[in-house]
Design a protein around this ligand. Structure first.
Ligand code: WT7
Length: 654
């Protein structure tokens, strides 16, 4: 972040208070109401959460203890029994919501399917029975590698219903990446589709699953359940692979929801960190259900007649928490869209909003910047007047994009909630409450009630007003990461040991840099670790480097992020070659393709720079700061005294 950006943040004077019209109908109606909730939650956290848990969720059995905190391991609602699928479906079909639309799905080639709560419940029960019939038991992990089709939601809820933790792998990840995740999670079964639609082309999902599993490379996987979507030819391995629609037709339409322990694992979701291997973030049942439920209700100010659309993919945490679990637990009508804006259909998002009368729209800054580039004629040619609230997530939003979103999409009258959170936090942590908080373009404003956040230095001391520091969370919260799957050491090291523990107080280290301005608003500046954010997708530089060095021609690789107008950041890779390899355009293409094959298209480097040497400190650490400067064409400044070989800089420039 440049000095100019920092100064503009600290002097931001544009204020957007909620309209009285919005505030009056909102769940949280004023800033003083927010402050009362915040103070109550801070002073009496266990009472605050217990009261909400009792009021907002159905429990088969009450908990004995609200919070058991053995840092850094937390247990919420200890002894309580519940089922997330029951809270998302069964309790609604026992109410007047039975025939309410739960899910509207608009498919890529224009097909539409809708499900009432009763219909969704039946589908989920049938698939839950199919899973059982294939030998999936409570506690067994199920891999889900599906496009944005209703079956993804059905599969997740079916797993939740029988207590089998799911692990979704985004359909844009490669066979290699899929294999790594299935291996780590020791998945017993994989649910996939013959293919998925992506920008007028087919992604061969089943073929990738076959490749991931070939030569029994993931021995834990016994079966593959295949949804028919694109209908192209695939091979079905006898005894291993089954068609979803065939087994579903024979399955019973009734399947009781398993009474899960509050701390039973609901899902594992892999995300990038600072090492080469993505980590399996573990989320459990009770706390996650409660936190995503209440944040959906208050942050999006959800009401019964809303048509709610979150444009994320279900394969990311945003899709888990704010397409599926949070909204369905509230009995909302959710919209799911398979398409992505592209040359042949640039206005498709606005068509969807107009067609279904979407009232709440939640998307990412990278998408907003892309829409800005496409021009405001597209949204202006549609009737977007149904919208009443806009949200953004995934990376810092630049004030220009915020203003565009506000004016062009929101017609100048929709509140914008800029929500900061992470795969690890499970739910939204810093956010405006739309009827209560005066927003500033680019600020995530204040912590959600129950969240105690601060900006500190490396010793854990709060930094002064306007100063940069590390964003940390001080008190456990219900949807917090419980562990890194199979690796408690990594869990402890990554999140709890960066900031020294004082008086037994552990603080959660987010990996983000932030500032608080004179009014106490939080501004998130971006990652401070070796994680980069490409179009709202999180990737570790080490992960991409490992992919590059696995190519025979590559000796060493160093990857940095470079600012990009639309994507936020893009990847620049510095590569040294083995002796018998020569730099060429063709090799550059080959290496890019190699990364795509190893990780997926989201990790394709924008540029590969061949170099003879990489700048290192005397202890052998690659000096990324220098590479970052080189990547954006900046003059090298600052301290280079630790450079092992000062001639390296000259060579790199040349
Ligand atoms: C990282 C988490 C959970 C949502 C999707 C991404 C960045 C997320 C914001 C925001 C500034 C943001 C952070 C964070 N981030 N939301 N509103 N303002 N930065 O989840 O893949 O776990 O990535 O996304 O850098 O650490 P994720």
């Amino acid at each position: 972040m440049t000095q100019a950006v920092i100064e503009s943040i600290l002097s931001e004077e544009r204020l957007f208070p909620p309209s009285s019209e919005f505030a009056q109908q909102a769940h949280i109606k004023s800033f003083s109401d927010y402050q009362k909730l915040y103070d109550y939650a801070k002073n009496e956290p266990e009472k605050f959460w217990a009261e909400l848990a009792e009021k907002e969720l159905h429990w088969f059995r009450q908990w004995d203890q609200v919070l058991d905190w053995q840092p850094p391991f937390a247990k919420w609602f200890v002894g309580g029994k519940l089922n997330v699928a029951y809270n998302c479906l069964d309790r609604h079909i026992k109410s007047e919501k039975r025939d309410k639309t739960a899910l509207i799905w608009e498919g890529e080639p224009g097909d539409v399917r809708t499900f009432t709560y009763a219909q969704l419940h039946e589908q989920v029960c049938r698939i839950a029975n199919v899973l059982k019939q294939l030998g999936v038991k409570k506690g067994d992990r199920v891999g889900i590698y599906l496009p944005m089709i209703p079956e993804a939601v059905i599969a997740m809820l079916a797993c939740a219903r029988i207590g089998a933790p799911h692990t979704l792998v985004f359909g844009g990840f490669s066979a290699e990446a899929l294999k790594g995740r299935l291996l780590d999670a020791e998945a017993k079964l994989v649910i996939t589709a013959d293919g998925g639609w992506r920008k007028d082309a087919i992604v061969p999902l089943k073929e990738q699953v076959d490749r991931a599993l070939e030569n029994n490379r993931v021995p834990s996987v016994k079966n593959v359940l295949v949804v028919k979507r694109t209908e192209q030819a695939i091979t079905m391995k006898a005894g291993r692979d089954y068609w979803w629609h065939e087994l579903k037709a024979d399955a019973a339409a009734d399947c009781p929801a398993e009474a899960m322990d509050s701390e039973d694992v609901l899902f594992i979701l892999y995300t990038s960190g600072t090492t080469g291997q993505p980590k399996g973030v573990v989320h459990t049942t009770g706390g996650y259900n409660l936190y995503t439920h209440i944040t959906t209700k208050w942050v999006f100010d959800l009401h019964d007649d809303d048509i709610y659309w979150c444009s994320a993919d279900v394969g990311w945490i945003t899709g888990h928490s704010y397409i599926v679990y949070g909204p369905l637990s509230n009995g909302a009508t959710i919209l799911m869209y398979e398409g992505v804006p592209r040359q042949s259909n640039p206005g498709c998002f606005w068509d969807v909003i107009e067609k279904y009368g979407v009232t709440i729209f939640y998307t990412a800054p990278t998408a907003i910047r892309m829409f800005m580039k496409m021009g405001e004629e597209l949204p202006k040619a549609r009737n977007l007047s149904s919208l009443r609230l806009l949200g953004t997530v995934g990376e810092p939003i630049n004030p220009e994009a915020w203003m565009w979103y506000h004016k062009v999409i929101g017609g100048g009258c929709c509140p914008i909630v800029d929500t900061w959170w992470q795969t690890e936090t499970g739910g939204i942590m810093l956010t405006p409450l739309p009827g209560a908080t005066t927003t500033k373009p680019g600020a995530t404003t204040f912590p959600f009630p129950g969240i105690v956040a601060d900006v500190v230095d490396l010793d854990g001391n709060p930094v002064g007003e306007g100063q940069g520091g590390y964003l940390i969370i001080k008190h456990p919260w219900p949807s917090m990461i419980r562990n890194v799957y199979g690796n408690p050491d990594r869990f402890r090291r990554t999140y709890w040991e960066h900031i020294p523990v004082k008086d037994g107080n552990y603080v959660y280290f987010s990996g983000d840099g932030a500032r608080k301005d004179a009014d106490g608003y939080f501004w998130v500046m971006g990652r401070v670790d070796d994680v980069i954010n490409i179009a709202g997708h999180r990737l570790g530089t080490m992960e991409i480097e490992s992919a590059l060095v696995s190519h025979v021609g590559v000796a060493e690789a160093a990857v940095v992020g470079r600012p990009s107008q639309v994507k936020g950041e893009e990847i620049v890779a510095f590569v040294t070659l083995e002796n018998n390899f020569v730099a060429s355009k063709q090799l550059e293409q080959e290496l890019k393709q190699h990364v795509v094959a190893k990780i997926g298209a989201i990790a394709r480097p924008a540029q590969i720079r061949f170099t003879e040497v990489l700048p290192k400190t005397r202890s052998g650490k690659i000096m990324r700061r220098l590479l970052r400067s080189l990547a954006i064409g900046e003059e090298i400044s600052g301290d280079t005294s630790t450079l092992e070989d000062r001639g390296v800089l000259e060579k790199l420039r040349g």
